[in-house]
Design a protein around this ligand. Structure first.
Ligand code: GLN
Length: 497
């Protein structure tokens, strides 16, 4: 049993149900791996709280009331509020904050039996693509510690890749589940907007934010997603009235004759050669499995960047106005009056990227600029959604790269925030349309291997993005699962794990 940390969610659930291992043993084994906080992936660890949950799970396993995932550990991105652990959203402004309740997603996974290992590092308020915007330091990519894990769910992706947790939650507003999953060689799915409740998920851009699971395989993601989804009408009015579903039910379905749309805009100039090669070889696999590749067009792909970087900051500027030092988190020490307290608290509490977005957001919403920016962006957002519906007349799922490159080195884009924004180009369209999207390990690239002195670079994971139509998560997971039956990229691990 020395390899417990390398087992899948499914395998762990089986061992726990057959009582070959106890929840406390599993939790203890994982907690032992968290000593020294490898890769700076975690922001809060509390072994007592974890072990108490594990004991409760063991009691349920003993008396026959166990949930399907009883005793399997999970770690949560720090934007989900939790009673048993601190919640900061990667920001100084929330340091020391403890929620009086659990986010719906956290609560549902607990009801399914999962034991919380701790809270995971992320970009501050989920704003970022590299986890370099966390107030608590960057997360290292387990495949090459000189490189970013992606963002904003960087801690989630690194934790799963490094065998610190068998699964994690993430949130995806413009790619934050898919892109770090791609950079760290794991599997992640962002469901249709409204499938998972946003209650207790600290809001970044409410019309885009979605929760989703990150794990090694599509099968494990399906197990978690089945527990996470479902309506939450009293607490999130945008949660859809679509019943929870068993997302494992369609796994192993045939994909013979499946039409996979290949958007030409996803394979243009900016796409790095090593990413293109890995994505191409995954597409060849699909052809071998009987799928047909269909050329399609998503003509407004490029516009998704300005549209997203108007709408998301606009919503953020409104959502983040609640952090004023009055009710929770950080409060400045010396101030003259209330307004001065607000100003100093926010100046001290927010990092630069968050401030940049609040300012951009306030600007695009301001009188005189609203029509030119915000309203225009909303119109184009609608057209982007329409482009997808046109494409889905010709295909069943859409495939392409998740990001133009493999994980980059720390500091590479440090003085150029726009470089990070541009790298979101392939994940933003599905977010703006509210469609489900996945990242599936598809091979390895080399980053700057050619440039390195020895010519020997570390293998760096490449993800294939799969986008489905609304509510087609089960189909998407099956398409991913079929690739994982035919390849072993999702099973490979960074050296020493
Ligand atoms: N990189 C994008 C941003 O910074 C997406 C982040 C996300 O999905 N949370 O906004």
């Amino acid at each position: 049993m020395s390899e417990l940390h390398n087992l899948s969610v499914k395998a762990l659930a089986n061992l726990l149900h057959t009582k070959d291992v106890s929840a406390v043993e599993v939790a203890t084994r994982f907690l032992a791996r968290l000593g020294g906080n490898p890769h700076n992936a975690f922001l809060d660890i509390d072994s007592e709280a974890t072990l108490a949950q594990a004991q409760a799970s063991d009691a349920k396993l003993a008396n026959g009331t166990a949930g399907p995932l009883e005793g399997v550990p999970v770690a949560h991105k720090d934007v989900f509020v939790t009673q048993d652990f601190a919640t900061t959203a990667g920001s100084k402004i929330l340091s020391g904050y403890r929620s009086p309740f659990d986010a719906t997603v956290v609560q549902r996974l607990r009801t399914a039996g999962m034991v919380t290992l701790g809270k995971l590092n992320c970009d501050e308020f989920a704003m970022g693509s590299a986890n370099e915007n966390s107030a608590y330091g960057p997360v290292q990519n387990p495949w090459d510690t000189a490189r970013v894990p992606g963002g904003s769910s960087g801690g989630s992706a690194a934790a799963v890749a490094a065998g610190l947790a068998p699964a994690a939650t993430g949130t995806d507003t413009g790619g934050s589940i898919r892109q770090p999953a791609s950079f760290c060689g794991i599997t992640g799915i962002k469901p249709t907007y409204g499938r998972a409740s946003r209650y207790g998920m600290i809001a970044y851009a409410s019309s885009l934010d979605q929760a989703g699971p990150m794990a090694r395989s599509a099968e494990d993601c399906a197990l978690l997603l089945s527990a996470m989804c479902g309506p939450d009408p009293d607490r999130d009015s945008t949660s859809l009235d679509v019943p929870a579903e068993d997302f494992t039910a369609q796994l192993n379905g045939s994909i013979d004759g499946l039409r996979i749309g290949i958007p030409k805009e996803f394979f243009g100039e900016g796409l790095h050669g090593d990413v293109r090669a890995a994505v191409d070889s995954a597409l060849r696999e699909y052809e071998k499995l009987g799928a047909k590749l269909v050329p399609i067009s998503l003509p407004r792909t490029e516009l998704s960047i300005p549209v997203y970087y108007i709408i998301a900051p606009a919503e953020a500027s409104s959502n983040l106005s609640r952090f004023d030092g009055v009710k929770f988190g950080h409060r400045a020490k010396d101030y003259i009056d209330l307004v001065d307290m607000y100003k100093k608290t926010r100046a001290e509490g927010f990092g630069n990227e968050v401030k940049r977005r609040i300012m951009t957001g306030a600007y695009v919403l301001s009188h005189g600029y609203y029509d030119a920016y915000y309203l225009q962006a909303q119109k184009i957002r609608r057209m982007i959604a329409d482009d997808f519906q046109n494409a889905f007349k010709e295909c069943d799922v859409i495939a392409g790269p998740v990001a133009p490159s493999v994980a980059w080195k720390f500091g590479e884009n440090a003085n150029d925030p726009v470089a990070d924004y541009l790298a979101d180009i392939f994940t933003l369209p599905a977010s703006l349309a509210g469609l489900p999207g996945m990242s599936v390990p598809a091979g390895f690239g080399t980053g700057d291997m050619q440039k390195s002195e020895t010519g020997i670079g570390k293998p760096l994971p490449v993800g294939l993005q799969l986008i489905g139509n609304y509510f087609k998560e089960a189909q998407l997971l099956n398409v991913a699962h079929r690739l994982q039956q035919a390849t072993d990229f999702h099973l490979r691990k960074p050296e020493g794990i």
